[in-house]
Design a protein around this ligand. Sequence first.
Ligand code: 5RP
Ligand code: FE2
Length: 220
Amino acid sequence: MGIQIAPSILTADFAHLADEAKAVSDAEWLHVDVMDNHFVPNLTLGMPVVEALAKAAEQPLDCHLMIEDPDRWAPGYVEAGASSVTFHVEACRAPIRTAREIRAKGARAAMALRPATPIEPYEDMLAELDMVLLMTVEPGFGGQKFLDVVLPKIRRTRDLVTKHGLDIWIEIDGGVSAETIERCAEAGADVFVAGSAVYSADNPNEMVNHLRTLAEAATA
Ligand SMILES: O=C(CO)[C@H](O)[C@H](O)COP(=O)(O)O
Ligand SMILES: [Fe+2]
């Protein structure tokens, strides 16, 4: 499967999203943070913007739903053009049904966990997923400090995936940078969201490639 870098457009210029997607053309995915000011104390964008970006961007869209009632909204994001739809398990009432609906519509289904949410209660759910997203900051804002207290959970998640012989991604989101990515890769992550580290770099594409090189070297 290989290392994937997913720049988060949360810290990009929202007035020029198509250009901002082009600025990270070397990235495998584009991470889109949907926030509803209920599940998290911030409001970003929704389905119409995802639909427009899906047409404008070359990379597949990795939609991270930080919203209440993802059961109701998640399938609509697939119809809007997302290649991957991630719901927060803390907000989801029927995660198995929601994951199946996302997959049935043709996208990757992913489950996100806040930093303090344990993975173990969801062990049996892993087979229903294409990806697990482990937050390494409290969801809601870009530019926060990486929480290294989550590192053991990355390892435990990788162990569970291996134990069940599954072929699913482990994505890390929050505070990923050249300083933190190697520790996440060593712990077993293979998809890396990076917002401020990429978009505050002089050359965002160079930073994308630098992050991938660091992660690959850490797992070689
Ligand atoms: O989901 C998120 C915040 O809730 C963002 O994807 C994340 O914070 C990325 O930004 P940065 O790399 O600056 O931490
Ligand atoms: Fe995110």
